[in-house]
Design a protein around this ligand. Structure first.
Ligand code: SAM
Ligand code: SF4
Length: 369
């Protein structure tokens, strides 16, 4: 890996500097792992391709106070009934069992996690289990009011979603809420020590793709990490199409041409974002190119939906109900077996780029992003 700035070009005409700076060519491809024979009954959570799962995404609600165009329709979403949600005690129990299987990091998400009452209490219960990292992805609307308490309860850091730096456009994309509130939330999160702060941006062709350099300047000025996420076929409206997504490579080229970027080491190669620093400034850029450059080969993530289904991939409809086990009086060993089975049955990759790909039945906010 190098940040070579030579003018040489590869056979497809892409400048060598660009090709070599982008990490994708060194990622393991799906299928590279040997397929093992039988599901292990001891040791870490491992799938049939050898991927060890150490990251649990917990959705605490499918509800949200915003209606982002790439996630939900403006009207007509139906939400889970209160009694269908896992209780905090049930979530903490599953988290504890997962911890015993080698899960070291937890991310709270949704829907919007901060619309669930008492979230601070849940953070404290999860922190008590003893994870290396507890993070949350939030739209930021209610964050400023709770940042201090969340930090005190054991939340380590937050990712805040913000798709435009222009107030009117922010309103068009997220449909509700205000840019100023979210910018204030970033300041409050940093003041509370919920760092490093990451800012998530979903780019949509023709809507906010002219803000790539504005967001890069924002990263440089603030020292924050701005992560550009490719639009995925997970919108509840089912209107995704490839023409609307902005490839990570295009984002890289746009920024690198203005402010040269240098790859940042990620020895684990597990994090989905390819990270780049600026040669001449602080701040970071992350590219989450889930569609054009899938990172399934290193996926270590497992999901728990708000109503207690364990899901091994955003793009797989296969779910196993841990809620049934828990509410049926199941022992911890039964939760262990369910988690092992869920992970073991994981597909090698998401297949978005296959001709017969079908979008999953449930959308991002119903699964937990
Ligand atoms: N409500 C919180 C938020 O917006 O940050 C957390 C849940 S949201 C589902 C998690 C992340 O998924 C956000 O960064 C959001 O922008 C992203 N997201 C939602 N729908 C998406 C889609 N169809 N494609 C790519 N990213 C999406
Ligand atoms: Fe809500 Fe997050 Fe979906 Fe936007 S992306 S509608 S904030 S869940």
């Amino acid at each position: 890996m190098t940040s070579d700035c030579s003018d040489a070009a590869t056979s497809d005409g892409v400048p060598l500097a660009v090709r070599s700076a982008v990490r994708l060519s060194v990622k393991p491809v799906v299928g590279e792992y040997p397929r093992t024979q039988a599901m292990p009954v001891t040791g870490p959570l491992i799938d049939a391709y050898g991927r060890v799962h150490s990251d649990l995404r917990i959705s605490v609600t499918d509800r949200c106070n915003l209606r982002c165009v790439y996630c939900m329709p403006e009207d007509g979403m139906t939400f889970l009934a209160r009694e269908d949600l896992l209780s905090f005690e049930e979530i903490a129990r599953v988290a504890r069992v997962a911890r015993g299987l080698g899960v070291t990091s937890v991310r709270l998400t949704g829907g919007e996690p901060l619309v669930r009452k008492g979230l601070v209490d849940l953070v404290a219960m999860i922190a008590e289990v003893g994870f290396d990292d507890i993070a949350m992805t939030t739209n930021g609307v209610h964050l400023a009011a709770h940042a201090e308490a969340l930090r005190a309860a054991g939340l380590a850091r937050v990712n805040i979603s913000c798709d435009s730096l222009r107030p009117d456009r922010f309103g068009e994309i997220r449909r509700r809420g205000h840019l100023a509130t979210v910018l204030d939330a970033m300041v409050a999160a940093e003041a509370a020590g919920l760092t490093p702060l990451k800012v998530n941006v979903v780019l949509l062709r023709g809507r906010n793709d002219d803000e790539i350099l504005d967001f890069a300047a924002f990263a440089r000025d603030s020292g924050r990490l701005v992560r550009f996420i490719e639009f995925m076929p997970l919108d509840a409206q089912g209107q995704w199409d490839r023409d609307q997504l902005v490839p990570g490579r295009e984002v890289f080229e746009t920024i690198n041409a203005r402010w040269p970027l240098t790859p940042l080491d990620d020895p684990s190669r597990i994090a989905p974002a390819e990270r780049f620093g600026f040669v001449d400034a602080t701040g970071e850029i992350g590219l989450i190119s889930s569609v054009t450059e899938p990172f399934c080969g290193t996926c270590n993530r497992l999901r728990l939906t708000a109503e207690g289904s364990v899901r091994n991939c955003l793009f797989s409809d296969d779910e196993m109900s841990v809620r049934d086990v828990v509410r049926g009086g199941g022992r911890d060993e039964e939760i262990v077996t369910l988690l092992r089975r869920a992970v073991w049955s994981k597909f090698p990759g998401h297949a978005i780029n296959e001709v017969n790909f079908l979008a999953p039945r449930r959308s991002m906010s119903m699964i937990g992003g």
